[in-house]
Design a protein around this ligand. Structure first.
Ligand code: PMP
Length: 393
């Protein structure tokens, strides 16, 4: 019975062209790489600072493995917590300006854990409508009621705060599929006025935003009393893997004691924890990576033809989304770029709202200006003008 049901679901999924497939990357580089045997320039990784294949990180990973082992061998609260984890927690406290930090194996898990630990049935958690799936899934796990305000809309946020009296209000700082930034200072002010704790997911901001990559919350001057909970991943700009939740001693102690996704799982690899310390040091000190990235973002936005600029969502971050609208059109443009050795993310519903299928183009400091020029030329040539005029943003 199960197999028959799954076969039907898969067939429906495929017929709706919602199916996704692996691409096999055979080189370490995230940007100039080889995928399914073809040489490509890729614009779809979240390795914003080009650190994922950095030799210093590889060396640190080896050293961490030698000193603490590759696997943690158990959950953090049994035997899986090492000096490498403690060092990473301290490094992250320094980066975030928060009193305490807990580590997770992924950002998805960290978000799930935080929301599930801090809310319960009978509570309301208020979300920006475009928050990451993991944040919504956290409330599902806790049984809390979810309400949503219109994306970045402060008037609607205040209306929902007054109406729903949420225990917790949650927002991404940089939105993963749009690249725009939440108006954090305003959100924090209204949450304080309504006594709603604010949680900010900084997955796409750490390493990228702020002079030292300290993130959008710190860049906005918001402290622990403004933003009770900050989450971040190590798998994007820091180029490794894993994640963290940062907050006051009480918040983090509650997470440690109550978060099932923390308690009942094998701890983060200590070798990765060690490598992540090195990654954060590089991200903080090598500001030229951020300078180059900013330069690339400005170049891309400036050089794109006006017809395409009109379809670009407003974003000053490395996430540049070109809205096409129709899913089949978006897939066709993605295929045409692939034919020219260029890989971009084609993002379709349900990941993004219906009618807003898009190319999600991510820039990295490992890109060169000529990589962007190639992409811009290809975009200009592949019939985007026609599909763009028909698209609705
Ligand atoms: N939050 C946001 C906003 C994200 O975009 C992502 C990754 N797509 C995550 C959390 C999850 O992070 P990770 O990939 O480390 O699980």
């Amino acid at each position: 019975m199960l197999t028959a049901r799954l076969t039907n679901r898969l067939a429906e999924h495929k017929a709706a062209r919602r199916d996704r497939h692996h691409r096999l990357r055979s080189l370490a580089s995230q940007t100039r790489t080889r995928i399914n045997g073809q040489d490509v320039v890729a614009f779809c990784s979240n390795d914003y600072l080009g650190l994922a294949d950095n030799p210093r990180l590889v060396t640190a990973l080896e050293e961490g493995g030698r000193r603490f082992g590759v696997g943690s061998g158990g959950s953090h609260l049994i035997s899986g917590h090492t000096d490498a984890h403690r060092r990473l927690e301290d490094t992250l406290c320094e980066l975030t300006g928060r009193s305490a930090v807990r580590l997770f194996s992924s950002g998805y898990q960290a978000n799930l854990a935080a929301i599930a630990a801090f809310s319960e049935r009978g509570d309301t958690v208020l979300h920006d409508r475009l928050n990451h799936a993991s944040l919504l899934d956290g409330a599902r796990l806790s049984g809390a009621k979810v309400t949503r305000y219109r994306h970045g809309d402060i008037d609607h946020l205040t209306h929902c705060l007054a109406r729903d009296r949420p225990l917790l209000t949650v927002t991404d700082s940089v939105f993963s599929m749009e690249g725009d930034c939440a108006p954090l200072s305003a959100i924090a002010g209204h949450c304080r006025a309504h006594d709603s704790a604010l949680m900010v997911d900084e997955a796409h901001a750490f390493g990228v935003i702020g002079d030292y990559g300290q993130g959008a919350v710190a860049e906005a001057g918001l402290t622990e009393s403004d933003v009770a909970i900050v989450t971040g991943t190590l798998g994007k700009a820091f180029g490794t893997q894993g994640a963290f939740v940062a907050g006051s001693e009480t918040v983090i102690e509650a997470l440690t004691q109550f978060a099932r996704p923390y308690i009942f799982t094998t701890g983060l690899s200590p070798a990765l924890a060690w490598a992540s310390c090195e990654a954060i040091t590089i991200a903080r000190t090598e500001g030229e990576r951020r300078t180059h990235l900013k330069d690339l973002i400005a170049h891309f936005k400036r050089e794109l033809p006006a017809t395409l600029q009109a379809r670009l969502l407003p974003s000053e971050t490395p996430i540049q989304s070109l809205v096409i609208g129709d899913e089949a059109d978006a897939l066709a443009v993605g295929d045409a770029l692939w034919e020219q050795g260029l890989l971009v993310g084609v993002i379709r519903p349900p990941t993004v709202p219906m009618g807003t299928a898009r190319l999600r183009i991510t820039l990295s400091s490992a890109h060169r200006h000529e990589d962007l020029d190639r992409l811009i030329d290809a975009l200009s040539q592949c019939g985007m003008h026609k599909t763009c005029t028909e698209a609705s943003v």
